[in-house]
Design a protein around this ligand. Structure first.
Ligand SMILES: [Zn+2]
Length: 601
């Protein structure tokens, strides 16, 4: 991980307050010195996600996720360590020191980075190349006129044209790019006889940018008529393959433009294809992105959450589109994103709609988007025969599930009222159905809790509690506490394997005298250990007299340790036939008994 010097990483952390950063993803509320909110990493209705500003850490008591601001970004943005540091550096407008990379020139990762940077360069050059061609081809010119695409829009999105020869390959070669790098981008292919050729031919080219404005891939749309497409089996779209710099489902087409440079958008529209972004844009509707694929992914959901307060889904109204919306709603809701659905009539997609009715009508339509629940009701109504009693019951059961999942009681009441009127069913009956679902969920939860607290687990829970108290005292970075603890607690005394590993690392940090400088979360690269540490660090201080607390905790620990050893010795004495050993055991036992009666630490 030696991409950056520690000082730079410290600066990045210092410039990105964890409460600030997390607030971009989670609605946090303050309780005492800690902030709480719904965890962005697991689905929940209770706020078990905690952020401690004084310690600059987070911990989820539900799923165990924990760490510092960098680990938070790694999880939330699905980035590696290096990218997360860069992400936060950019957020804080810090300049990223590039010298650090050079020191790592022999490193394998460095080579990969170099390869990646070449791929970005090739894509950028290719984008320029295609863009220059757009006005050279007659077919391309005809196409853009028919779609009413103006020069500004073409320029903004970098829309281009791929000619029907191998001129891109020749162009890239003339720029000095290597064969391997060209092949890696997927813009160039290699025949079995070793000849290189352009993979995109006779296509309108849409560069796909990441949020930093780098071209990561291309989408190519054919411009031949649909009759010819069918006859010659020409696919309507061809896209760059996944590679080192492009992963499908990690990007949103048009987001680099839609997000602008300023504040979070209050609304962002998600559509299916390139033209559904570009057309509204050329009419002045700029808050539109495409998910490029039928359904929204988790990572795309996270991107949306970062840039907008509300997401409006607008996919085709066919069955595939409906299913994509249903999945999209689930994903967005699991990420706590407010989402709505755009219902369109008179056109099959936003591209066609703006062409037909114009931008103002389109904006009106966006404003009239319906809520996710309303959408689900609408779809379910079509799927069940509501004139039939069984159909009605099935519909009600489904509805109860949907309404039970709503976090807000007032919202639930509104739908109950509406449904009751529409179906001619009493409100009480609907509420009873919802309660059934809620009760089922609750017993499921209770069962899990009960199984975790069975009697045989109790003693070990107590043991691990005292172990956690000891770890907590060590996180206070107080050398005299450490000296005391070290005297009484051996690493092997700990029974819980994770506690043991955490204790070992803390002992190391004290022994190496780095305790005062180090951010504790960075000495754990194991997720389980990190989770344990952040959970323990979240504990609120109940006393400020840590010397006294330490004595109490160690006294209790010692007592417990002696009790255990006593039982162990008694068992050993019963089992052994060796006289010598028996004597040793007896004397140790006497010593323990004496110790515990004479002095309690
Ligand atoms: Zn969680």
């Amino acid at each position: 991980m030696a991409f950056f010097k520690d000082e730079f990483i410290d600066e990045v952390k210092a410039s990105n307050d964890i409460v600030d950063v997390v607030s971009g993803y989670v609605n946090l509320k303050r309780h005492g010195s800690t902030f709480f909110g719904n965890c962005p990493f697991h689905r929940e209705k209770t706020a078990s996600f905690a952020v401690a500003p004084d310690k600059q850490i987070f911990h989820c008591f539900g799923c165990g996720a924990g760490g510092n601001v960098i680990s938070f970004i790694m999880k939330a943005e699905n980035l590696g360590f290096k990218e997360s540091v860069e992400f936060l550096a950019e957020r804080a407008k810090l300049e990223i020191p590039h010298d650090d990379y050079l020191e790592e020139s022999q490193n394998e990762l460095k080579i990969k980075d170099y390869h990646k940077s070449k791929m970005y360069e090739i894509n950028k050059e290719a984008g320029r190349f295609f863009y220059q061609y757009i006005y050279k081809s007659d077919t391309a010119k005809r196409y853009i006129t028919s779609r009413k695409l103006n020069i500004n829009t073409i320029k903004k999105f970098g829309i281009g044209f791929a000619p029907n020869d191998n001129s891109l390959y020749k162009y890239l070669k003339s720029k000095g790019f290597k064969e391997d790098d060209m092949l890696a981008t997927g813009l160039v292919g290699k025949s079995s006889s070793g000849i290189l050729y352009d993979k995109f031919k006779d296509r309108l080219m849409f560069p796909i940018f990441d949020i930093r404005g780098r071209v990561v891939a291309f989408g190519g749309r054919t411009i031949v008529s649909s009759a010819e497409q069918k006859e010659k089996h020409i696919p309507k779209y061809v896209n760059s393959p996944e590679n080192l710099i492009y992963k499908k489902g990690n990007h949103l087409y048009g987001l680099n433009i839609a997000k602008g440079t300023g504040n979070k958008l209050n609304k962002i529209l998600v559509v299916e294809g390139y033209m559904d972004v570009v057309s509204p844009h050329s009419y002045g509707v700029t808050n539109v992105v495409a998910s490029l694929g039928t359904a929204l992914t988790q990572n795309q959901g996270k991107l949306l959450r970062q840039y907008a307060d509300e997401v409006v889904l607008s996919y085709d109204s066919d069955e595939a589109g409906q299913n994509a919306i249903m999945r999209g709603i689930d994903i967005l809701q699991s990420l706590n994103v407010v989402c709505k659905v755009l219902v369109m009539e008179g056109a099959k997609d936003p591209d066609e709609y703006v062409l037909k009715f114009g931008a103002d009508k389109f904006r009106d339509l966006v404003d009239k988007s319906i809520t996710a629940v309303e959408y689900k009701i609408r779809i379910l109504k079509n799927r069940f025969d509501l004139k039939d009693t069984t159909g009605k019951i099935k519909f009600m059961n489904k509805m109860a599930e949907i309404l039970a999942a709503l976090p807000n009681n007032i919202e639930r009441d509104i739908y109950v009222q509406k449904l009751s009127e529409e179906l001619g069913v009493g409100k009480e009956a609907i509420v009873a159905e919802i309660e059934k679902v809620l009760f089922k969920d609750k017993t499921k939860q209770d069962k899990i809790i009960v199984s975790a607290n069975t009697p045989e687990n109790n003693s070990s829970t107590e043991k691990s509690d005292i172990e956690e108290s000891i770890i907590y005292l060590l996180t206070l970075k107080n050398k005299s506490i450490f000296e005391k603890v070290k005297k009484y607690v051996l690493i092997d005394d700990f029974k819980d394997a994770t506690n043991k590993a955490v204790l070992c690392k803390l002992y190391d940090a004290y022994s190496n005298n780095i305790m005062n400088e180090v951010d504790l979360t960075t000495i754990f690269d194991n997720e389980q250990e990190l989770s344990k540490l952040t959970k323990i660090m979240m504990k609120e201080n109940t006393s400020n007299d840590f010397e006294k607390v330490t004595d109490e905790v160690l006294g209790f620990f010692n007592k417990q340790k002696n009790e255990n050893r006593k039982l162990e010795l008694l068992k050993l004495m019963k089992e052994t036939t060796d006289e010598e050993l028996l004597k040793l055991y007896q004397s140790e036992l006497r010593e323990i008994i004496q110790q515990s009666t004479n002095k309690a630490l």
